[in-house]
Design a protein around this ligand. Structure first.
Ligand code: PLP
Length: 267
């Protein structure tokens, strides 16, 4: 059970903007509010986007990314950082520096290694994958989906729960400390994610929700974990509550009826 807190914990999302409100920082801020956290955000990239897809990406200059973080953190105590779309090598490396030697050096991190939108647009430059790989040891939890895990490992996408186990282990071998490998892309009646850390692995099952309203699912799950972590004793219990909450949000997505493409989840 989530513990009550005297005031909302502060989460910082470092991520891209989605004007359609379903993914990116908009999803992160809404998730924080829904789960009793206070959401702050540093924007890495502007996208021109609707539920039908992404038409443009405009990266924020790295010095402005740095200035956003430094100005915020000089005033506001951030309890958890969530990383989403980081767009380019230069931004990944800047954020890495802020997390290791900069003002975020002691803050827990949830890393959603965003690479390509469901609609097929690149949200991370191909040459930035190595820089994201180098960031893995600094993250407390990483939340790749199957295509993202495959790119991080330089492997093919797996199609079975046993395949998930092998990939999660290889992500730990790359330096990740805790992995939530989200299996939403697997076939089957249930949605099976795999949790893995130094102690072993645990499948996390939830009913598969028949819906096309899945836009922003990954952003929403990773920010829910960040928002819930301060209310829990450990990462896994925050992950379990976040996953159960996301399943309900998937159930309610269709009732929003936003746009003509895959709509957002709703909570
Ligand atoms: N736009 C931004 C800014 C994002 O961060 C993300 C997800 O990570 C997406 C779009 C893609 O969302 P989806 O693939 O769920 O449509």
């Amino acid at each position: 059970m989530a513990a009550p807190l005297p005031r909302p914990p502060v989460v910082l999302s470092i991520a891209g903007s989605d004007p359609s409100g379903g993914a990116g920082i908009q999803a992160d801020l809404k998730t924080c509010s829904a789960l009793g956290a206070y959401g702050t955000c540093v924007i890495t990239a502007l996208t021109a986007q609707s539920t039908r897809g992404v038409t443009h990406v405009h990266e924020v200059p790295t010095e402005i990314v740095r200035a956003q973080v430094e100005t915020l953190v000089a005033d506001v105590h951030v309890e958890v950082v969530k990383l989403g779309m980081l767009a380019s090598v230069a931004i990944v490396e800047m954020v890495h520096e802020l997390l290791v030697t900069g003002p975020l050096a002691t803050v827990p991190v949830v890393l959603d290694p965003v690479m390509v939108s469901t609609s097929g647009s690149r949200l991370l430059a191909p040459d930035a994958v190595a820089a994201v790989r180098a960031l893995l040891p600094r993250a407390d939890v990483i939340t790749p989906n199957l295509p993202e895990a495959a790119v991080l490992l330089g492997e093919d996408t797996v199609g079975t729960v046993d395949g998930l186990r092998g990939q999660a282990q290889r992500l730990l071998d790359l330096g990740a400390r805790r992995v939530l490998l989200t299996g939403g892309h697997l076939e089957g009646d249930a949605s099976v994610d795999l949790w893995a850390d130094a102690g072993g692995s645990v499948p996390i099952e939830a009913p598969r929700i028949a819906t096309s309203s899945t836009h922003g699912t990954g952003c929403t799950l990773s920010s829910a974990i960040a928002a819930l972590r301060p209310r829990h004793e450990d990462w896994l219990s925050a992950v379990l509550e976040a996953k159960a909450w996301l399943t309900e949000a998937l159930r309610h997505g269709d009732s929003l009826d936003i746009g003509g493409g895959p709509g957002p989840v709703h909570h």
